[in-house]
Design a protein around this ligand. Structure first.
Ligand code: NDP
Length: 320
């Protein structure tokens, strides 16, 4: 093996709650984890304002602060946290190979994939502006709905996620306006029916967002257009929720790991194991159902324990 190839016992890819929790457990089990942070250190939570639903923070904490705390905790036990982007993997052999920034090659006994998923947004300038300002644009009703109690909100999307989130918001908000770009839902009939029979959800079909309106700080409304009639309308709202799907960050693994039709990694039920021995998955890269920081952290713990047990079993094999 060339001197330039580094060998690590446990490589963790991704720096959200799943990756950091895996790192805390792996470091405490003497696995000397190396964690690559990826392009968005801290993951999706760094785009969230206040996190009030992670147990242990009775007053809440901002997403970026929570990720700093998790990073510090992982470092305290010796995790080697590095900048860098894993650009390629080769899981075809017993040694799992990964490349950082297309250059550095690392050979790993175990790999924990915690690359997460990215919420899709419409891509409008006004949407991105208020998202960055933390002024009322969100892609997670469970995370942020609480901040809009008794207020009026708009949600975009017509799939199961949009229906579930619209229904969740309807229990908190005075009114939810749902923007559906076609004249029908994509969601399952049962989810659609639930939304249709909720009195404070108004569904606007054939309706697309033209602009998220605001006062420069926070959202105040949404300008929409009916794509059948061409008519514009302004809907007053303090929150603009986008529920048009997520994209799991799993492209580099698709040659080796089993993925579902959307790209989520398929894990062995009840564990973090993938179809490749020694490669484990945690967090949103394998979860299109819960997608919460606390569930990601839980599966990060599972992945580190599974990796530790895998290594222990291999060492026993060698001794026998
Ligand atoms: P989907 O891809 O199923 O739906 C995305 C929705 O967003 C579609 O209605 C689509 O419209 C709409 N959309 C996409 N782009 C735009 C845009 N630019 N402007 C306006 N609307 C847009 O994603 P989901 O996240 O809803 O679901 C993903 C998977 O997870 C599905 O398989 C779903 O069944 C599953 N799921 C299951 C749940 C459950 O069973 N409890 C809960 C949540 C998700 P169009 O229809 O016109 O393409």
């Amino acid at each position: 093996m060339s001197d330039s190839i580094e060998k690590v016992k446990c490589l963790i890819i991704g720096s959200g709650p799943a990756g950091y929790t895996a790192a805390i457990y792996a470091a405490r089990a003497n696995m000397f984890p190396v964690l690559y942070q990826g392009s968005q250190p801290g993951g999706q939570l760094t785009t969230t304002n206040e996190v009030e639903n992670f147990p242990g923070y009775p007053e809440g904490i901002t997403g970026p602060e929570m990720m700093m705390e998790l990073q510090k905790q992982a470092e305290r036990f010796g995790t080697d946290i590095r900048d860098g982007w894993i650009t390629k993997v080769d899981f075809s052999g017993e040694v799992h190979k990964v490349w950082v920034n297309n250059e550095k090659e690392i050979h790993c006994d175990t790999v924990i994939v915690s690359t997460g998923a990215s919420a899709k947004y419409l891509g409008l300038d006004s949407e991105q502006k208020y998202l960055k300002l933390g002024g009322g644009v969100s892609a997670c009703a469970v995370c942020d709905g609480f901040f809009y109690r008794n207020q009026e909100v708009v949600i975009v999307g017509a799939g199961d996620s949009a229906c579930e989130e619209a229904h969740y918001l309807s229990k908190l908000c005075k009114k939810v306006t749902m923007l559906v770009r076609r004249d029908e839902f994509r969601a399952s009939k049962i989810m659609e029916a639930r939304v249709r029979k909720t009195p404070n959800i108004e569904i606007l079909f054939n309706t697309e967002t033209e602009e998220v309106l605001g006062d420069g700080q926070v959202v105040t409304g949404v300008k929409v257009k009916n794509n059948a009639t061409g008519e514009n309308q302004i809907i007053p709202a303090t929150g603009f929720f986008v529920a048009i799907g997520h994209k799991p960050n799993t492209d580099i693994f698709k040659e080796y790991l089993e993925l579902d039709e959307t790209g989520y990694i398929i894990n062995v039920p009840g564990s973090s194991k993938t179809n490749i021995e020694g490669v484990f998955v945690s967090g949103d890269a394998a979860d299109h159902v819960y997608r919460q920081a606390v569930t990601a952290a839980g599966t990060g713990c599972m992945a580190a324990l599974d990796a530790e047990r895998y290594l222990a079993a291999k060492e026993t094999e060698v001794e026998v």
